[in-house]
Design a protein around this ligand. Structure first.
Ligand SMILES: [Fe+2]
Length: 295
């Protein structure tokens, strides 16, 4: 009886802790320095959002909006799963929030697996994805569906590409090797000499993204590993990968860097425990001079 009571108390405590953590908002700051970055992008601030999954921080996401506004971003980029495939009707709230963000600065959105799943959901004569993407494009939100946008400052340019990673690559608990020519066929080759940002929702293909030529990868999907354990990191990804390698934070490979957001929302396993707070990522770009180390 004592053990049952202890188990129930522990479970209750974890539920309460998770409900507390899910309501928090934390700004995680990253500095990305590169000598490939044009001078006019030195000091540029980018806010990255991921995995909102249709939820709201405050009425119509007013708390999230104010947090982003206070960071004074030059660009806002979303790294996928801003909506929830099982609640396509809630996409309207997320769409409203994303086009409100265009008051602050240009907004560029990549697709995650949940956006791609909306292509299978009918909404009248079109799919739920067509409605969502169409309504955003009408409001000047840029959707990058296997597309590249060029960001310009004082005549200098960097590129941002959004990858629609095929749903077959999201293996449930196992890794699906990527075809060697997959990224080239979908995206073409990166412009030589340009600093190139790739929004690749699923971080497990970081080696392939780096080999393709991404200087900076923006990813999410892992929800910080759901439950964070001391010394061990995230316990489980949304697709049931235990102790995922890329559970959140900054990773490097050669001249490439990858920022993996712990995301803002949850779905299916609606749990955040262990200091796994919803994340707003602030990425500061820095031009590295020739005297610096690395790229
Ligand atoms: Fe995802």
């Amino acid at each position: 009886m004592g053990l049952i009571a202890l188990g129930a108390l522990t479970a209750g405590g974890l539920v309460l802790r998770s409900e507390y953590e899910k309501k928090q908002l934390r700004v995680c700051r990253y500095e990305i320095a590169s000598r490939r970055l044009p001078q006019s992008f030195d000091g540029v601030r980018m806010v990255m959002l991921a995995d909102l999954h249709g939820r709201s921080f405050g009425e119509d996401n007013c708390r999230l909006y104010e947090t982003i506004r206070s960071l004074k971003p030059h660009y806002i980029l979303t790294a996928g799963d801003m909506i929830l495939k099982t609640r396509p009707l809630d996409t309207e709230r997320t769409a409203r929030f994303l086009y409100r963000l265009t008051r602050l600065c240009p907004v560029y959105c990549g697709n995650g697996n949940h956006e791609l799943e909306l292509r299978r959901v009918k909404a009248g004569r079109q799919t739920a994805y067509d409605w969502y993407a169409g309504s955003l494009r009408e409001k000047e939100v840029k959707i990058l569906s296997d597309e590249t946008a060029v960001l310009c400052r004082d005549g200098e340019k960097i590129d941002v590409t959004g990858l629609d990673l095929g749903l077959g690559y999201y293996g449930k608990g196992f890794h699906v090797p990527m075809r060697p020519d997959y990224l080239d066929r979908k995206l073409g080759r990166p412009e030589p000499g340009h600093f190139h940002i790739l929004i690749g929702h699923y971080p497990n293909y970081f080696p392939e993204y780096a080999n393709w030529g991404a200087d900076l990868v923006l990813a999410g999907h892992m929800h910080g590993g759901t439950v964070r354990l001391p010394s061990l990191g995230g316990l489980m990804s949304p697709n049931y990968e235990f102790f995922p390698l890329y559970d959140g934070g900054l990773y490097r490979r050669g001249r490439s860097a990858m920022v993996v957001s712990r995301g803002l929302g949850t779905h299916s396993v609606n749990v955040r425990v262990g200091g796994n707070y919803p994340e707003v990522s602030l990425i500061c770009l820095k031009r590295r001079g020739r005297a610096g180390n690395g790229d």
